[in-house]
Design a protein around this ligand. Structure first.
Ligand code: IPD
Ligand code: CA
Ligand code: CA
Length: 257
């Protein structure tokens, strides 16, 4: 099943890449709000993944961003974000990825995140470690906020929730080497796993944004919680870190709530 996951993510990534080359204005649409974007390619790629998995594993369930859930209570459930980072994709900013997780009995079993424009393929299987393009990866050993580079995102702005990430950001930016906003939560998480970021946080995400990336962080030796240190992520926000700066990061969020 892991080989099949790998192949499926690679094929989906190739479709995303080819889709980027032929992307036209009439294939770009607004979803819930005028700045929440989707393209025909997002839909095509999710259909491709679901159809392929269904042919091979007819008794598996699905949760996908574009077409929702179907038989998600089955033993195996595929959690799919066909393009994480659609806004980046539309603007040809290369930080977008196909994110696919497999849950078994409600628990993460495997995860793949493939960024086709950068040819980076992240993979993890529960209990077996995390890999980037076939090489084992590990979270960073940096224990100091002042030496940390962080990743974040701003879906909270689109959702209009308060306090939003701009309320937390100044204190975090002053205390660290800064932050990057690459526009794909799945990749932000993978960058924690690869030791590029010491931590990634976001206030509000959906399971399909983080299911694969969170497992990849854990399998790389990192820690994933909600913004209060509990397990209710992503509903109560998500903080993924190398473990060493997890507590000091949580303090930034505790102070506001
Ligand atoms: C978005 C990306 C982005 C994050 C947003 C997500 P989408 O996913 O992960 O980084 O800030 O919260 O919604 O809509 O491009 O699949
Ligand atoms: Ca997403
Ligand atoms: Ca998406």
């Amino acid at each position: 099943m892991i080989d099949f996951l790998k192949e499926t993510a690679l094929m989906a990534g190739a479709l995303v890449k080819a889709g980027r080359e032929r992307l036209s204005a009439d294939a770009i649409h607004a979803k819930g709000t005028p700045t929440d974007m989707v393209t025909d390619i997002d839909r095509e790629v999710e259909k491709f993944i679901v159809t392929r998995v269904r042919e091979r594993y007819p008794d598996h369930g699905f949760i996908g961003e574009e077409y929702g859930a179907s038989a998600a209570e089955r033993e195996y459930c595929w959690i799919i974000d066909p393009i994480d980072g659609t806004t980046s994709f539309i603007h040809d900013f290369p930080f977008y990825a196909v994110s696919i997780a497999i849950y078994r009995n409600g628990k993460p079993f495997a995860g793949a995140v493939f960024a086709p424009a950068m040819n980076e393929f992240f993979l993890a299987e529960s209990g077996k470690g995390a890999f980037l393009n076939g090489r084992a990866i590990h979270v960073s050993g940096c224990a100091k906020l002042g030496e940390s580079l962080l990743g974040t995102g701003f879906v909270c702005v689109r959702a209009g929730i308060k306090p939003d990430n701009f309320d937390y950001l100044p204190a975090i930016a002053y205390a660290t080497q800064g932050f990057r906003r690459c526009g794909a939560a799945s990749l932000g998480l993978c960058y924690v796993a690869a030791g590029r970021f010491e931590a990634y946080w976001e206030l509000l995400l959906n399971i399909y944004d983080i299911a694969a990336g969170a497992l990849i962080v854990q399998e790389a030796g990192g820690q994933v919680t909600d913004l209060r240190g509990g397990g209710a992520y992503p509903a109560k926000g998500i903080l993924a870190s190398n473990g060493l700066i997890h507590e000091p990061m949580l303090d930034f969020f505790r102070e506001k709530k």
